[in-house]
Design a protein around this ligand. Structure first.
Ligand code: ZN
Length: 384
């Protein structure tokens, strides 16, 4: 059931905050060759590179990014370079053709370490990069997001043609399961179609609390954190906090605890700094706007799903319905989905009895609401 939730919500470039954070994390150096080059006018020649590509559903987050010079970026995107799970550089074709010796010298080197160690490249992203660029085999049963598909066939995976069975040419994004792998083609079965790409960029509002990265001082950070606490609550407060904390940590190489200790604001404990950053990471596009889902329910999703993308995908399913579940009803529903039991009136009732404390709200009312959300979820996110 969880696989059906791989609904894409990020296409295109990193947000400007993530790009700046990657420049800070790698101090302007290319993570592969270590070079730092600037134009005569002081402009950095370095690019924010996706590990799990955005068009294949890779998220907008620092742990899915690298700072690379143009040459290494090309090498990384074109199939010459990839990373092991412990972020060592691997190079395609060790006795490479003339003219491509340049990349060989980095083989088996560790990348430049990012200055915050909980934001180094995550294995779940490097694993996908190795599959997409031909370093690891693609196997039958692999779950892959094929992005940008406009017709039944597309040439995308390690130079091979991808044939998606049963896709319509309206499909923009599909989640697929690989059914057979040949030398020229990869066949996938079609699982989900999003007929319209959600435009998240339009109308993106600028935060009033954007610290200039050039003079990012702790006094200013503390002042903003207090102002946000005074003026905002719930998800908005956590998002604004999360962005400030993430930017501060990447600039100074600090842990969550360092930030909590340094700013000394009541309520901004190490745990809350961490949670706020996860809210920021779940909604790089502020996609929480217009939904009535309370922060406590989001915190519950964060607790159930340690992986931020899974938490976001579950959130998207709930947000796609017009019925608002309470935090504990959300938990009862999600726990049931995770258990992969069939969703029936009986199993929902069992789950509510297990997870929702008794109150004035009747059991059958809760069960009906959860079933309504579940039916809405099925009609929104499964192929017709
Ligand atoms: Zn480089």
């Amino acid at each position: 059931m969880a696989a059906d939730w791989t609904v894409q919500h990020h296409t295109g470039e990193f947000s400007s905050d993530t790009k700046q954070n990657l420049r800070n994390l790698y101090s302007g150096h290319c993570a592969v060759c270590g070079q730092k080059r600037e134009s005569p006018f002081g402009h950095l020649e370095a690019e924010a590179a996706h590990i799990h590509p955005a068009q294949h559903g890779g998220p907008d987050t620092e742990a899915n990014g690298l700072l690379l010079c143009r040459q290494c970026h090309w090498g990384f995107d074109s199939g010459w370079l990839s990373l092991t799970d412990d972020a060592r550089i691997i190079v395609s074709n060790d006795d490479a053709a003339d003219g491509y010796e340049y990349f060989q010298q980095f083989s088996n080197d560790p990348i430049e370490p990012p200055r915050v160690n909980d934001l180094e490249p995550l294995p779940r992203f490097t694993q996908i990069h190795r599959k997409l660029s031909g370093f690891d085999p693609i196997n039958t049963g692999d779950q892959l997001t094929i992005g940008g598909l406009r017709s039944g066939k597309v040439r995308l995976i390690d130079g091979r043609q991808v044939i998606v069975e049963g896709s319509t040419d309206k499909a923009l994004v599909v989640n697929c399961e690989v059914t057979s792998v040949g030398s020229q083609t990869v066949r996938c079965s079609h699982q989900t179609t999003l007929e319209q790409r959600v435009e998240t960029d339009s109308g993106r509002t600028e935060s009033p609390f954007k610290l200039d990265p050039v003079d990012y001082s702790f006094d200013k950070l503390e002042e903003y954190v207090r102002e946000i606490k005074r003026d905002y609550s719930g998800v908005v407060q956590k998002w604004e906090w999360g962005r400030l904390f993430r930017n501060g940590r990447t600039k100074y190489g600090l842990s969550h605890k360092d930030i909590a200790d340094t700013i000394n604001v009541e309520g901004a404990s190490e745990l809350q700094v961490q949670r706020a950053e996860r809210v920021y990471e779940m909604f790089p596009d502020r996609g929480y706007e217009g939904n009535e889902i309370p922060f406590s329910a989001i915190a519950e999703l964060q607790r159930i799903f340690p992986n931020t993308e899974d938490a976001r995908a579950a959130y998207d399913c709930i947000a796609a319905t017009d019925i608002s579940l309470t935090t504990m009803e959300t938990r009862a529903w999600v726990e049931l989905l995770l258990s992969e039991s069939e969703v029936t009136r009986e199993t929902v009732r069992d789950s509510v009895e297990e997870y929702v404390p008794k109150s004035n709200v009747g059991l059958s009312e809760r069960v009906s609401r959860i079933l309504a959300v579940h039916n809405e979820y099925l009609s929104t996110f499964t192929p017709s």
